[in-house]
Design a binder for this molecule. Structure first.
Ligand code: NAD
Length: 299
Protein backbone atom coordinates (compact mmCIF):
# COMPACT_ATOMS: atom_id res chain seq x y z
CA UNK A 1 0.00 0.00 0.00
CA UNK A 2 1.15 3.52 -0.80
CA UNK A 3 2.52 5.72 1.97
CA UNK A 4 0.24 8.73 2.38
CA UNK A 5 1.94 12.13 2.08
CA UNK A 6 0.47 13.96 5.05
CA UNK A 7 -0.27 17.47 3.76
CA UNK A 8 -2.01 18.50 6.99
CA UNK A 9 1.16 17.74 9.00
CA UNK A 10 3.35 19.60 6.46
CA UNK A 11 0.98 22.59 6.62
CA UNK A 12 1.06 22.59 10.43
CA UNK A 13 4.89 22.74 10.37
CA UNK A 14 4.84 25.62 7.86
CA UNK A 15 2.28 27.54 9.96
CA UNK A 16 4.34 27.08 13.12
CA UNK A 17 7.37 28.55 11.39
CA UNK A 18 5.29 31.44 10.01
CA UNK A 19 3.85 32.30 13.43
CA UNK A 20 7.38 33.04 14.70
CA UNK A 21 8.09 35.25 11.66
CA UNK A 22 4.79 37.14 12.04
CA UNK A 23 5.60 37.76 15.73
CA UNK A 24 9.10 38.99 14.81
CA UNK A 25 7.67 41.46 12.26
CA UNK A 26 5.02 42.65 14.72
CA UNK A 27 7.77 43.28 17.27
CA UNK A 28 9.35 45.65 14.72
CA UNK A 29 5.99 47.44 14.48
CA UNK A 30 5.38 45.82 11.07
CA UNK A 31 2.01 44.07 11.40
CA UNK A 32 1.32 41.48 8.71
CA UNK A 33 -1.94 41.87 6.79
CA UNK A 34 -3.70 40.15 3.89
CA UNK A 35 -6.05 42.28 1.76
CA UNK A 36 -8.55 40.27 -0.29
CA UNK A 37 -11.02 41.44 -2.92
CA UNK A 38 -14.29 39.52 -3.12
CA UNK A 39 -16.74 40.20 -5.94
CA UNK A 40 -20.17 38.81 -5.10
CA UNK A 41 -21.21 35.90 -7.30
CA UNK A 42 -24.12 33.55 -7.79
CA UNK A 43 -22.52 31.27 -5.23
CA UNK A 44 -22.32 34.04 -2.65
CA UNK A 45 -22.59 31.84 0.42
CA UNK A 46 -19.66 29.62 -0.58
CA UNK A 47 -17.48 32.64 -1.34
CA UNK A 48 -18.28 34.24 2.02
CA UNK A 49 -17.69 31.01 3.92
CA UNK A 50 -14.30 30.77 2.17
CA UNK A 51 -13.45 34.37 3.10
CA UNK A 52 -14.51 33.81 6.72
CA UNK A 53 -12.34 30.69 6.93
CA UNK A 54 -9.45 32.63 5.45
CA UNK A 55 -9.92 35.41 8.02
CA UNK A 56 -9.91 32.81 10.82
CA UNK A 57 -6.77 31.11 9.50
CA UNK A 58 -4.98 34.47 9.24
CA UNK A 59 -6.04 35.41 12.78
CA UNK A 60 -4.64 32.15 14.16
CA UNK A 61 -1.21 33.26 12.92
CA UNK A 62 -1.55 36.88 14.05
CA UNK A 63 -2.15 38.07 10.45
CA UNK A 64 -4.74 40.84 10.00
CA UNK A 65 -7.34 40.35 7.27
CA UNK A 66 -9.07 43.11 5.31
CA UNK A 67 -11.89 42.08 2.97
CA UNK A 68 -12.85 44.50 0.18
CA UNK A 69 -16.26 43.54 -1.20
CA UNK A 70 -17.66 44.63 -4.54
CA UNK A 71 -21.22 43.98 -5.76
CA UNK A 72 -21.92 41.26 -8.35
CA UNK A 73 -22.56 43.99 -10.93
CA UNK A 74 -18.99 45.38 -10.54
CA UNK A 75 -17.37 46.03 -13.90
CA UNK A 76 -13.83 45.05 -14.88
CA UNK A 77 -12.91 48.75 -14.68
CA UNK A 78 -14.15 49.01 -11.08
CA UNK A 79 -12.26 45.88 -10.04
CA UNK A 80 -9.04 47.12 -11.66
CA UNK A 81 -9.51 50.58 -10.08
CA UNK A 82 -9.78 48.99 -6.62
CA UNK A 83 -6.64 46.91 -7.30
CA UNK A 84 -4.75 50.06 -8.38
CA UNK A 85 -5.84 51.90 -5.25
CA UNK A 86 -4.63 49.01 -3.05
CA UNK A 87 -1.40 48.74 -5.10
CA UNK A 88 -0.50 52.30 -4.06
CA UNK A 89 -1.68 52.04 -0.44
CA UNK A 90 1.48 51.77 1.73
CA UNK A 91 -0.48 49.80 4.36
CA UNK A 92 -1.23 47.05 1.83
CA UNK A 93 1.62 44.62 1.16
CA UNK A 94 -0.27 41.39 0.36
CA UNK A 95 -3.19 41.41 -2.08
CA UNK A 96 -5.35 38.72 -3.66
CA UNK A 97 -8.56 38.54 -5.68
CA UNK A 98 -11.05 35.77 -4.91
CA UNK A 99 -12.40 33.75 -7.82
CA UNK A 100 -14.83 33.48 -9.52
CA UNK A 101 -15.18 36.89 -11.16
CA UNK A 102 -18.44 37.99 -12.83
CA UNK A 103 -19.05 36.89 -16.44
CA UNK A 104 -17.37 39.19 -18.94
CA UNK A 105 -14.49 40.17 -16.63
CA UNK A 106 -11.14 39.21 -18.16
CA UNK A 107 -9.19 37.28 -15.53
CA UNK A 108 -5.84 37.99 -17.21
CA UNK A 109 -6.45 41.77 -17.13
CA UNK A 110 -7.37 41.60 -13.44
CA UNK A 111 -4.32 39.50 -12.56
CA UNK A 112 -2.03 41.72 -14.61
CA UNK A 113 -3.23 44.77 -12.64
CA UNK A 114 -1.90 43.43 -9.32
CA UNK A 115 1.46 44.83 -8.20
CA UNK A 116 3.79 41.76 -8.50
CA UNK A 117 5.39 42.64 -5.14
CA UNK A 118 1.95 42.35 -3.44
CA UNK A 119 0.63 39.43 -5.56
CA UNK A 120 0.61 36.70 -2.89
CA UNK A 121 -1.23 34.19 -5.07
CA UNK A 122 1.62 34.47 -7.57
CA UNK A 123 -0.74 34.90 -10.50
CA UNK A 124 0.43 38.14 -12.13
CA UNK A 125 2.21 37.64 -15.48
CA UNK A 126 5.45 38.90 -13.91
CA UNK A 127 5.37 36.30 -11.13
CA UNK A 128 4.29 33.48 -13.44
CA UNK A 129 7.15 34.38 -15.80
CA UNK A 130 9.67 34.60 -12.96
CA UNK A 131 9.21 30.87 -12.39
CA UNK A 132 11.09 30.18 -15.63
CA UNK A 133 14.03 32.13 -14.15
CA UNK A 134 13.59 30.11 -10.91
CA UNK A 135 12.66 33.19 -8.90
CA UNK A 136 9.88 31.57 -6.92
CA UNK A 137 9.47 34.01 -4.02
CA UNK A 138 5.82 34.82 -4.92
CA UNK A 139 4.88 31.82 -7.06
CA UNK A 140 1.41 30.24 -7.44
CA UNK A 141 0.53 28.56 -4.14
CA UNK A 142 -0.74 25.24 -5.52
CA UNK A 143 2.43 24.73 -7.58
CA UNK A 144 4.55 25.50 -4.50
CA UNK A 145 2.45 23.00 -2.54
CA UNK A 146 3.01 20.23 -5.11
CA UNK A 147 6.78 20.81 -4.99
CA UNK A 148 6.70 20.80 -1.18
CA UNK A 149 4.83 17.46 -1.11
CA UNK A 150 7.22 15.82 -3.61
CA UNK A 151 9.98 16.89 -1.21
CA UNK A 152 8.32 14.68 1.44
CA UNK A 153 9.07 11.58 -0.67
CA UNK A 154 12.27 9.72 -1.64
CA UNK A 155 12.35 11.92 -4.80
CA UNK A 156 13.10 15.03 -2.68
CA UNK A 157 15.82 17.48 -3.64
CA UNK A 158 18.36 16.27 -6.21
CA UNK A 159 16.77 12.79 -6.36
CA UNK A 160 14.18 14.20 -8.79
CA UNK A 161 16.80 15.10 -11.44
CA UNK A 162 16.13 13.18 -14.63
CA UNK A 163 13.04 11.44 -13.26
CA UNK A 164 10.01 11.28 -15.57
CA UNK A 165 7.02 13.35 -14.46
CA UNK A 166 3.61 13.31 -16.14
CA UNK A 167 1.44 16.32 -15.27
CA UNK A 168 -2.21 15.68 -16.10
CA UNK A 169 -3.63 19.19 -16.75
CA UNK A 170 -1.97 22.30 -18.15
CA UNK A 171 -3.91 25.29 -16.82
CA UNK A 172 -2.13 28.65 -16.54
CA UNK A 173 -2.13 28.82 -12.74
CA UNK A 174 -1.80 25.12 -11.84
CA UNK A 175 -0.45 22.70 -14.49
CA UNK A 176 1.90 25.01 -16.41
CA UNK A 177 3.65 26.53 -13.34
CA UNK A 178 4.11 23.02 -11.88
CA UNK A 179 5.73 21.95 -15.17
CA UNK A 180 8.07 24.97 -15.17
CA UNK A 181 9.10 24.40 -11.54
CA UNK A 182 9.81 20.72 -12.18
CA UNK A 183 11.86 21.66 -15.26
CA UNK A 184 13.80 24.00 -12.98
CA UNK A 185 14.55 21.00 -10.78
CA UNK A 186 15.82 19.17 -13.92
CA UNK A 187 13.12 16.51 -13.95
CA UNK A 188 12.00 15.15 -17.34
CA UNK A 189 8.59 16.72 -17.68
CA UNK A 190 5.64 15.82 -19.86
CA UNK A 191 2.79 18.34 -19.77
CA UNK A 192 -0.48 16.59 -20.75
CA UNK A 193 -3.99 17.80 -21.42
CA UNK A 194 -7.37 16.48 -22.52
CA UNK A 195 -6.06 15.97 -26.09
CA UNK A 196 -3.02 13.87 -25.10
CA UNK A 197 -3.04 10.49 -26.84
CA UNK A 198 -3.01 7.40 -24.65
CA UNK A 199 -2.35 9.26 -21.43
CA UNK A 200 -2.57 6.15 -19.19
CA UNK A 201 0.35 4.58 -21.11
CA UNK A 202 2.44 7.77 -20.73
CA UNK A 203 1.61 8.03 -17.04
CA UNK A 204 2.63 4.38 -16.50
CA UNK A 205 6.17 5.31 -17.60
CA UNK A 206 6.47 8.10 -15.01
CA UNK A 207 8.13 8.06 -11.60
CA UNK A 208 5.85 10.97 -10.60
CA UNK A 209 2.25 11.66 -11.69
CA UNK A 210 0.66 15.00 -10.80
CA UNK A 211 -3.12 14.90 -11.30
CA UNK A 212 -4.55 18.39 -11.97
CA UNK A 213 -7.23 17.90 -14.62
CA UNK A 214 -10.35 18.75 -12.64
CA UNK A 215 -11.92 15.34 -13.38
CA UNK A 216 -12.93 13.28 -10.34
CA UNK A 217 -11.25 9.85 -10.08
CA UNK A 218 -9.61 10.21 -13.53
CA UNK A 219 -6.31 8.56 -12.55
CA UNK A 220 -6.81 4.88 -11.79
CA UNK A 221 -4.39 2.08 -10.85
CA UNK A 222 -3.69 1.20 -14.51
CA UNK A 223 -2.16 4.70 -14.99
CA UNK A 224 0.46 4.20 -12.30
CA UNK A 225 3.88 2.56 -12.34
CA UNK A 226 4.43 0.42 -9.23
CA UNK A 227 6.12 2.50 -6.53
CA UNK A 228 5.49 5.87 -8.26
CA UNK A 229 4.79 9.13 -6.44
CA UNK A 230 1.24 10.39 -7.15
CA UNK A 231 0.24 13.93 -6.18
CA UNK A 232 -3.49 14.68 -6.35
CA UNK A 233 -4.38 18.35 -6.92
CA UNK A 234 -8.08 17.85 -7.73
CA UNK A 235 -10.90 18.92 -5.42
CA UNK A 236 -14.45 17.70 -6.03
CA UNK A 237 -17.56 17.46 -3.87
CA UNK A 238 -19.40 14.27 -4.79
CA UNK A 239 -22.43 12.47 -3.27
CA UNK A 240 -21.64 9.88 -0.59
CA UNK A 241 -22.20 6.40 -2.07
CA UNK A 242 -25.23 4.65 -0.61
CA UNK A 243 -26.72 7.80 0.95
CA UNK A 244 -30.45 7.40 0.23
CA UNK A 245 -31.08 11.16 0.61
CA UNK A 246 -28.42 12.01 -1.99
CA UNK A 247 -27.58 15.23 -0.13
CA UNK A 248 -24.50 14.11 1.80
CA UNK A 249 -21.27 15.12 0.04
CA UNK A 250 -17.63 14.12 0.45
CA UNK A 251 -14.43 15.55 -0.99
CA UNK A 252 -12.47 13.52 -3.54
CA UNK A 253 -9.61 14.24 -5.92
CA UNK A 254 -8.59 13.55 -9.52
CA UNK A 255 -7.09 10.25 -8.33
CA UNK A 256 -9.08 7.11 -7.60
CA UNK A 257 -7.30 6.69 -4.28
CA UNK A 258 -8.71 3.23 -3.48
CA UNK A 259 -7.17 1.61 -6.56
CA UNK A 260 -4.08 3.84 -6.95
CA UNK A 261 -2.97 3.30 -3.35
CA UNK A 262 -2.52 -0.43 -4.13
CA UNK A 263 0.10 0.39 -6.82
CA UNK A 264 1.73 3.75 -5.98
CA UNK A 265 4.62 4.08 -3.55
CA UNK A 266 3.51 7.52 -2.31
CA UNK A 267 0.14 9.24 -2.61
CA UNK A 268 -1.12 12.63 -1.44
CA UNK A 269 -4.67 12.16 -0.14
CA UNK A 270 -7.75 14.32 -0.77
CA UNK A 271 -8.64 15.84 1.60
CA UNK A 272 -5.47 16.40 3.62
CA UNK A 273 -2.86 16.62 0.84
CA UNK A 274 -2.29 19.51 -1.58
CA UNK A 275 -5.22 21.57 -0.17
CA UNK A 276 -3.89 22.47 3.30
CA UNK A 277 -0.35 23.00 1.96
CA UNK A 278 -1.72 25.41 -0.69
CA UNK A 279 -3.33 27.47 2.09
CA UNK A 280 -0.06 27.41 4.07
CA UNK A 281 1.87 28.52 0.97
CA UNK A 282 -0.47 31.50 0.50
CA UNK A 283 0.25 32.51 4.11
CA UNK A 284 3.98 32.01 3.50
CA UNK A 285 3.70 34.37 0.51
CA UNK A 286 1.84 36.91 2.69
CA UNK A 287 4.63 36.83 5.28
CA UNK A 288 7.31 36.99 2.54
CA UNK A 289 5.63 40.04 0.97
CA UNK A 290 5.37 41.72 4.39
CA UNK A 291 9.01 40.97 5.17
CA UNK A 292 10.13 42.40 1.80
CA UNK A 293 8.03 45.54 2.40
CA UNK A 294 9.52 45.85 5.90
CA UNK A 295 13.06 45.53 4.51
CA UNK A 296 12.44 48.24 1.88
CA UNK A 297 13.26 51.81 2.95
CA UNK A 298 10.22 53.85 3.99
CA UNK A 299 9.03 56.30 1.35
P1 NAD B 1 -8.69 23.89 -15.51
O1 NAD B 1 -10.07 23.45 -15.87
O2 NAD B 1 -8.34 25.33 -15.64
O3 NAD B 1 -7.64 23.07 -16.37
C1 NAD B 1 -7.77 21.69 -16.52
C2 NAD B 1 -6.65 21.14 -17.36
O4 NAD B 1 -6.79 19.72 -17.35
C3 NAD B 1 -6.65 21.56 -18.82
O5 NAD B 1 -5.31 21.71 -19.26
C4 NAD B 1 -7.32 20.38 -19.55
O6 NAD B 1 -6.87 20.21 -20.89
C5 NAD B 1 -6.87 19.22 -18.68
N1 NAD B 1 -7.83 18.12 -18.70
C6 NAD B 1 -9.16 18.18 -18.54
N2 NAD B 1 -9.69 16.94 -18.67
C7 NAD B 1 -8.67 16.09 -18.92
C8 NAD B 1 -8.59 14.71 -19.15
N3 NAD B 1 -9.67 13.93 -19.16
N4 NAD B 1 -7.36 14.18 -19.36
C9 NAD B 1 -6.27 14.95 -19.36
N5 NAD B 1 -6.27 16.29 -19.15
C10 NAD B 1 -7.47 16.84 -18.93
O7 NAD B 1 -8.48 23.38 -14.00
P2 NAD B 1 -7.49 23.92 -12.82
O8 NAD B 1 -7.92 25.24 -12.36
O9 NAD B 1 -6.07 23.72 -13.24
O10 NAD B 1 -7.86 22.89 -11.65
C11 NAD B 1 -7.63 21.50 -11.79
C12 NAD B 1 -8.11 20.81 -10.52
O11 NAD B 1 -7.33 21.24 -9.43
C13 NAD B 1 -9.57 21.11 -10.15
O12 NAD B 1 -10.14 19.95 -9.57
C14 NAD B 1 -9.45 22.18 -9.09
O13 NAD B 1 -10.53 22.19 -8.18
C15 NAD B 1 -8.17 21.75 -8.41
N6 NAD B 1 -7.43 22.80 -7.73
C16 NAD B 1 -6.96 22.50 -6.49
C17 NAD B 1 -6.21 23.41 -5.79
C18 NAD B 1 -5.68 23.03 -4.44
O14 NAD B 1 -5.26 23.87 -3.68
N7 NAD B 1 -5.66 21.73 -4.12
C19 NAD B 1 -5.94 24.68 -6.34
C20 NAD B 1 -6.41 24.96 -7.63
C21 NAD B 1 -7.14 24.01 -8.32
Amino acid sequence: MATLIDGSAVAARIRQNLRARVDALAAQNRPVRLDAILVSSADETAAHVYAQNQARTCKSLGIDYALHELPAVASQREIVQLIRRLNTDPNVHALMVHMPLPPGVDIYTVRAAIDPAKDVEGVSPANIGAIVYEHTSLAPCTALAVMRLIDETPLAGDAIKGKRVVIVGASDIVGKPIAAMLMGREATVMSCNKFTDDLPALAREAEIVVAAAGVAHLVTADWVKPGAVVVDVGIHRVPVTGDPTGVKLRTVGDVDADSVSTVAGWLSPVPGGVGPVTVAMLLANVVAAAATAAAAPDE
